[in-house]
Design a protein around this ligand. Structure first.
Ligand code: GLN
Length: 549
């Protein structure tokens, strides 16, 4: 039977609940337990995939094609099992299920209410998440939002009921709170934590552990005070201070005995933790051999909007021994001011994106990378724009574009497959195509690789990566591109869609239609990002030498 660890948050958001849950899961996994992590989001959106990256950070995509909260990315970076659709659900999904049942008459005319119908549905979703993960020893359940929010009340009530039903020693409650340092008083303040725990107690939840976030270590005096007021044993009042890398958190929590307290609460006694892999990650991160300068050309200047990508670059640094200095450049700046801002860069990366804004600036950056032999990696939109740049500037196809960006382009080198099927005659429009004019290609796909290519040297004979896009490189133009020197190094098996493009006469130039950042982890890295950063390091050295001459 799966035991549950519930992680709630108090006082303010953004304290790192996801990282804390993922770090604890990592420790438990290192103790030989099977684990999964489930995230419940209190917002009403049914589909996190439609939320703006400005408001909500990146949309993470699972293997089975779910568009989820970015916390699932953290989970996959910290533990080995993959996340699935069932690992993330929202209030919107809960309500939409309950309403569907009500319409079908499944409640037999009873009054349908938050308690018990919504709270039962939440418990069913939790059980389903654990079951989809193979009924692991432990399911950690992260409850989005902050205790005291109206939105998260049904979730808290549901887990309280679940804990009662599960019986003694089968659930553990962890509450993450803030202990702010007030500079003018020179003191850490415990009052917000006291109130937040009081708020939880009002709902009937008594936390077993408090994780107290502060910008510094919390001294024993304050911990004792929190213990007394919050009615939590002092050894279970754990200090979580700011660290320069999130990958230090598992060790920080383990050293204070968090996993032992959780195991004791759940009445289990697994083997001791082995965090040596995490020590290695931190050690390599802190002792790079060298550094590279990378320009990321995007349109959301917020770390969370490209969360997995930023992490993947850190991982590549860890695995190649480099500090990767990422300079974020707003694509529109390149449109106004040209490419001067790219001087001194050892690599250029254009990530995924939607819509026209900034795309001409990105194309300028790509042209600069191609002409100056600077390593380039284009991800999803970054691949499509590399194809457009090549069509315009190498093949002479003026105004070539994607139909997403210019509906009237004379050369739709990137388009919805339904728009270019007439050219090839092989693509059937699938019946589930949405009103938006084409289905999103979502989730993992396994694709064979053309031997002898750069792609083959990185991936071997097949690529298994995740997708999230509607538009595709138009096969009708591929002959022309290949004659002009582009290599399409991977194509999907069924529909023959171009999956990867590369330019062989270049230090490193690749565009990939998928999102490799979703499969990179700190412990295992990712071969594509490693190869890209190694190419950047080579470029860095060659140019350093040239500059010295
Ligand atoms: N907007 C492009 C498409 O829908 C690229 C999407 C992306 O980069 N994720 O195909």
């Amino acid at each position: 039977m799966t035991k549950y660890v519930f992680v709630t948050g108090g006082v303010v958001s953004s304290l790192g609940k996801g990282i804390a849950a993922a770090s604890l899961a990592a420790i438990l996994e290192s103790r030989g337990l099977t684990v999964t992590i489930i995230k419940m989001d209190p917002y009403i959106n049914v589909d996190p995939g439609t939320m703006s990256p400005f408001q909500h950070g990146e949309v993470f995509v699972t293997e089975d094609g779910a568009e989820t909260d970015l916390d699932l990315g953290h989970y996959e970076r910290f533990i080995t099992p993959k996340m699935h659709k069932a690992n993330n659900f929202t209030t919107g999904q809960i309500y939409s299920n309950v309403l569907r049942k009500e319409r079908r008459g499944e409640y037999l005319g009873k009054t349908v209410q938050v308690i018990p119908h919504i709270t039962n549905e939440i418990q069913d979703f939790i059980a389903r998440g654990a079951h989809a993960a193979g009924d692991p020893d432990i399911a950690l359940v992260e409850i989005g939002g902050t205790v005291g929010d109206i939105e998260s009340l049904p979730f808290l009530e549901a887990v309280r009921q679940l804990s009662l039903r599960a019986g003694r020693n089968n659930t553990c409650f962890i509450h993450l709170t803030l202990v702010p340092y007030i500079a003018s008083a020179g003191e850490l303040k415990t009052k917000p934590t006291q109130h937040s725990v009081g708020e939880l107690r009002k709902i009937g939840i008594i936390p077993n552990v408090l994780l107290c976030r502060a910008d510094r270590k919390i001294p024993d005096d304050e911990r004792a005070k929190i213990s007394l007021f919050a009615n939590v044993p002092m050894d279970a009042v754990i200090s979580v201070w700011d660290v320069d890398t999130i990958y230090k958190v598992p060790m920080m929590l383990h050293e204070q005995g968090l996993d032992d307290i959780v195991c004791k609460t759940l009445d289990i006694n697994p083997k001791p933790a082995d965090l040596s892999a995490w020590d290695k990650v931190v050690d390599r991160l802190e002792h790079p051999k060298d550094q590279v300068n990378l320009a990321m050309i995007g349109k959301y200047d917020l770390k969370d909007s490209y969360k997995s990508l930023n992490e993947a670059l850190v991982h590549a640094g860890i695995h190649t021994g480099h500090k990767v200095n990422v300079t974020f450049i707003e694509a529109e700046i390149l449109e106004k001011d040209g490419t001067d801002c790219l001087k001194g860069m050892d690599a250029i990366l254009v990530p995924g994106g939607f819509g026209k804004r900034g795309t001409e600036g990105k194309i300028k950056a790509i042209e600069y990378a191609r002409k100056n032999d600077i390593p380039y990696l284009g991800i999803c939109l970054g691949m499509q724009l590399a194809v457009i740049e090549f069509a315009r500037n190498v093949c002479g196809l003026g105004r070539a574009n994607s139909t997403e960006l210019d509906a009237d382009t004379p050369h739709p080198v990137v388009a919805l497959i339904t728009e270019w099927k007439d050219h090839t005659g092989v693509i059937e429009r699938r019946s589930e195509d949405s009103d938006l004019g084409g289905t999103m290609r979502l989730g993992k796909q396994i694709v064979p690789v053309k031997p002898g290519t750069l792609t083959a040297s990185i991936y071997g004979n097949e690529v298994a990566e995740r997708h999230r896009h509607r538009y595709e490189v138009n096969n009708a133009y591929c002959d022309q591109f290949e004659k002009a020197g582009m290599v399409i190094s991977a194509r999907t098996p069924g529909e023959n869609l171009p999956e990867i493009m590369e330019l062989p006469d270049h230090s490193f130039f690749m565009g990939v239609q998928f999102h490799p950042e979703f499969t990179s982890t700190p412990r295992f890295g990712h071969p594509l990002f490693n190869a890209f950063i190694n190419a950047a390091a080579k470029y860095h050295h060659e140019h350093e030498k040239k500059d010295q001459k």
